[in-house]
Design a protein. Structure first.
Length: 461
């Protein structure tokens, strides 16, 4: 009898353990010396170990190049600048290095990703040749297949991702005419025009016109269409949407007597004009216009609740390590998962099962004992049980037990329904009638700069 009771206790203990989630810390948007960073990938992993970071998601630049061709011989008479990038240094080297590091150590999960400029375009302004939107970036994370790197439909990948345009072979007609008519002029012209059209592959856009959101939506559509039994569909998120990146520096020597500069204005409105991406970086350049209460993110989430969007948008914290002056650990994502491995991290990030935070060198904000309707419910999930009231309960503190003033907001459908300001540690409880239409609840916490924390929403049907 005792053995039976013991077996029953062990069985239910096992079930309880199976249902429990562990929290891991994850940093994303990390550069190495494969592109713009100073540290090697190995050194990045060593730093992560020193700061108890469980997962690092790389985001080295896919391309770092610009090109300007003189019309009508753009493919022949051109100037360009190319800096170290994944494509320049080798996709094979990049992926194999990450794979080897994951095999020789298991403390830090290393995930491959790239930072992408889907499109840039040239304009002439006040006697200056300007490269626009060079820093309008998207992150594609969890991309670990070599073929996918070459098939991404972005400027620079025309040769491998472009489509053959039949009309680009029209100079062949001129060549045949030249041969038939024995005209050297026709033959020479046909060769020149063939060179102009080579390699006869084109994207649906180029760098000589503003195509607005089309190149970005085109990339989103491609990434979200990737479906394989061998790997998870990569994440695609908007990087630093509120960053002001106006660089008054010469990229190339003067072209046509014009100095060359770059200009990228904040592009947070693009989040409203594009669909089906996974999320955006709220910290450090996305919490003022996008992540603010009633801001662009709330508008997007309300569109999802009303059925205008097919999928929700989640917030991420990006560190941009290697380019910014910040330490590796200052902006993190606290991810909830049952098992710490490559696949489960990506799935949790894709499903919004985490909260994002910004900290200083000494301490960070922490959410503990979170309950939704008296249950363990993951951020990013949809609560479907039939209850009369919505209850939200949790504790807020600092990981070093500091007693500091913090302000806690519970936001429902873009409006504050609960607000409390007091010294940590805090216990938070909020209760209201269950909404009659699809709604969401999210939490935003702030203390002295830069301490902030943003959870992903929980939806209620």
């Amino acid at each position: 009898m005792k053995k039976i009771v013991l077996c029953i206790i062990l069985f239910f203990s096992f079930l309880e353990a199976e249902n429990q989630y562990q929290k891991i810390s994850c940093v994303l948007h990390v550069h190495s010396n494969f592109s713009s960073g100073k540290n090697s990938v190995e050194e990045v992993v060593d730093l992560a170990k020193q700061h108890n970071i469980d997962c690092v998601i790389m985001a080295d630049h896919l391309f770092r190049e610009v090109e300007y061709g003189l019309w009508p011989f753009r493919r022949i008479v051109k100037k360009s600048v190319s800096l170290p990038s994944v494509m320049k240094n080798g996709v094979d080297k990049y992926l194999s290095k990450i794979e080897v590091i994951n095999k020789i150590q298991t403390d830090v999960i290393l995930i491959s990703g790239v930072e992408i400029t889907p499109h840039y375009f040239w304009s002439i302004e006040e006697g200056t040749l300007v490269v626009n939107n060079l820093h309008k970036h998207m992150l594609v994370l969890g991309i670990n297949n070599k073929k996918l790197f070459y098939s991404l439909p972005v400027i620079g990948n025309e040769l491998t991702a472009g489509k053959i345009k039949i009309l680009s072979f029209w100079p062949a007609i001129l060549l045949f005419l030249g041969i038939f008519l024995k005209s050297k002029l026709f033959v020479i012209l046909s060769i020149i025009f063939m060179m102009m059209n080579y390699p006869f592959k084109y994207l649906y856009f180029d760098q000589y016109k503003n195509f607005f959101e089309f190149p970005y939506q085109n990339l989103i559509n491609y990434v979200t269409s990737i479906n394989s039994k061998n790997f998870i569909t990569p994440l695609i998120i908007w990087a630093h949407p509120e960053a002001i990146n106006y660089e008054k520096r010469i990229l190339l020597k003067k072209i046509r007597g014009l100095s060359v500069y770059t200009c990228t204005k904040p592009y947070y409105e693009s989040l409203l004009k594009t669909y089906d991406y996974d999320g955006f970086a709220i910290f450090a350049e996305g919490y003022r216009e996008v992540g603010s209460i009633g801001g662009i993110w709330d508008r997007i989430l309300n569109e999802y609740c009303r059925g205008i969007r097919k999928k929700p948008v989640f917030c991420y914290s990006e560190v941009d390590y290697g380019e910014s002056l910040d330490e590796l650990f200052v902006r993190k994502n606290i991810v909830y998962l049952k098992q710490k491995d490559y696949k489960n991290v990506l799935v949790a990030l894709k499903n919004g099962n985490f909260y994002a935070l910004w900290r200083d060198k000494e301490k960070e904000l922490v959410i503990k004992e979170f309950k939704f309707c008296d249950e363990d419910v993951l951020f990013g999930s949809t609560y479907t049980k039939n209850v009369d009231k919505i209850k939200i309960k949790f504790k807020v503190c600092f990981d070093n037990n500091a007693e500091l003033l913090v302000k806690v907001f519970i936001i429902k459908n873009g409006e504050v329904v609960f607000e409390k300001e007091s010294v940590t540690p805090q216990e938070i409880f909020y209760e209201e009638e269950k909404p009659k239409t699809k709604s969401y609840y999210r939490i935003f916490i702030q203390s002295s700069y830069p301490h902030m924390l943003a959870t992903n929403p929980i939806f209620v049907n």
